[in-house]
Design a protein around this ligand. Structure first.
Ligand code: AP5
Length: 211
């Protein structure tokens, strides 16, 4: 069974790698960022509470994230394993997760900060189908339009320079302590996230093993 966390700074490629790994292993890709963005778009009470925190690049309060994730993990498709992307983000979330769902491995992706900023500032997303592009490394066939449905691509509000700076600071202060937490439990498998997506995937896949 594969019960995996992808850990790493904003823009390291967690979403890109998690969606491919989820397809190959036929298990769900649970991104708390995607779940929260869906709640914001649907104007649910939790989404309305999360919106300003997200746009500013701050973490959403733990009770909101835990409620959304716990509901998703209870779905039948998670019984055969899951890939968590963007959760946990701090030690209290990791402790809460221990009482909800077991883990087999924590894949820790890392990149130099200048590369992270380049990946985040060039990202464009489709507001309709959530496909992810990059102006330089993964451009759409028609500039500014989604390859899948032709919708006009947008920049995430938290990919503006001031929000990127806050996200990186929050990552260093609140999320990096998780590495020690998981090292003490023998779960961490480091993955060098430099290079093309295909190259990173090969390293990640080797770190995941056969399960
Ligand atoms: P979330 O959506 O989780 O954002 P994040 O962790 O900051 O990560 P990103 O989605 O920005 O980057 P990624 O690592 O997935 O990179 P991607 O593959 O897209 O969270 C957003 C917000 O929600 C948080 O700030 C917070 O407010 C809230 N939130 C979420 N979870 C929370 C939690 N647990 N607790 C509290 N709050 C929470 O790649 C980035 C770009 O690079 C793309 O354009 C891609 O095409 C490109 N790219 C990817 N790989 C490569 C490569 N190898 N080479 C070249 N380009 C590449």
């Amino acid at each position: 069974m594969h019960r995996i966390v992808l850990l790493g700074p904003p823009g390291v490629g967690k979403g890109t790698q998690a969606s491919r790994l989820a397809r190959e292993l036929a298990i769900p890709h649970l991104s708390t960022g995607d779940l929260l963005r869906a709640a914001v778009a649907a104007r649910t009470p939790l989404g309305r509470e999360a919106e300003a925190h997200m746009a500013a690049g701050r973490l959403v309060p733990d009770p909101i994230v835990l409620k959304i994730l716990e509901e998703r993990l209870a779905a039948p498709d998670c019984r055969g394993g899951y890939i968590l992307d963007g959760f946990p983000r701090n030690v209290p979330q990791a402790i809460a997760l221990e009482s909800i769902a077991p883990l087999d491995a924590v894949l820790s992706l890392d990149l130099p900060e200048a590369t992270l900023i380049g990946r985040l500032s060039g990202r464009r997303v489709c507001p309709t189908c959530q496909a992810v592009y990059h102006l330089a490394t993964l451009p759409p066939k028609v500039p500014g339009r989604c390859d899948k449905d032709g919708a006009e691509l947008v920049q995430r509000p938290d990919d503006r320079p001031e929000a990127i700076a806050t996200r990186l600071q929050v990552y260093h202060e609140q999320t990096t302590p998780l590495l020690d937490h998981y090292r003490q439990r023998g779960l961490v498998r480091p993955v060098d996230a430099r290079g093309a997506p295909e190259e990173v995937y090969r390293r990640l896949r080797a770190g995941v093993g056969s399960g």
